[in-house]
Design a binder for this molecule. Structure first.
Ligand code: SF4
Length: 162
């Protein structure tokens, strides 16, 4: 899924009250599948807080699933370890088209403090086409939500620092 398409999806899903935008795809809400691929797990905890907290995700048209075959967006946290790389790959391959890849946190983007070694591959940016990246170590739930909207909005707002 291209960044342009994801931007259009979020624009339609998160648009304030006004004239209804035409649907971009048949599936709505937009469904996320989360994989924690390594790191210290703090980013994963922040994503869980976003999922379970009162952030109005459902109202914004964002839901999480535990089944990658139902997901539109693969949300990855943590630096990718060699052990978890097949899990990330399997989740991606199980997802139907169109689909997008979202990296949350410094580790998921470029490996963060974890250098490549015998156990760690590193971030996604050198190994995959990342549609959206949300910085932070870790980003807060608000920052994750704002970062998603910001990165995919046609009129970006400042990214909230974690
Ligand atoms: S980016 Fe920071 S908080 Fe997130 S998993 Fe890596 S070290 Fe932990």
């Amino acid at each position: 899924m291209s960044t342009v398409l994801i931007r259009a999806l979020f624009t339609s899903l998160l648009a304030p009250a006004g004239p209804a935008l035409p649907p971009v795809v048949s599936r709505s809400p937009l469904v996320f599948f989360h994989v924690d691929s390594g790191g210290c797990e703090a980013c994963s905890l922040e994503v869980e807080a976003l999922r379970k907290g009162d952030y109005g995700l459902a109202e914004a048209g964002i839901v999480f699933t535990d089944a990658p075959r139902l997901a539109d967006i693969l949300l990855v946290t943590g630096t990718c370890t060699r052990m978890m790389a097949p899990v990330v790959k399997a989740a991606w391959e199980a997802m139907p088209q169109p689909k997008g890849l979202l990296a949350v946190g410094a580790c998921a983007i470029d490996g963060g403090p974890f250098a490549e070694n015998y156990a760690v591959l590193g971030g996604l940016e050198k190994r995959a086409s990342v549609d959206c990246a949300i910085p932070g170590c870790p980003p807060t739930p608000d920052a994750i939500l704002q970062g998603i909207v910001n990165l995919l909005s046609p009129t970006p707002a400042p990214i909230m620092e974690a």
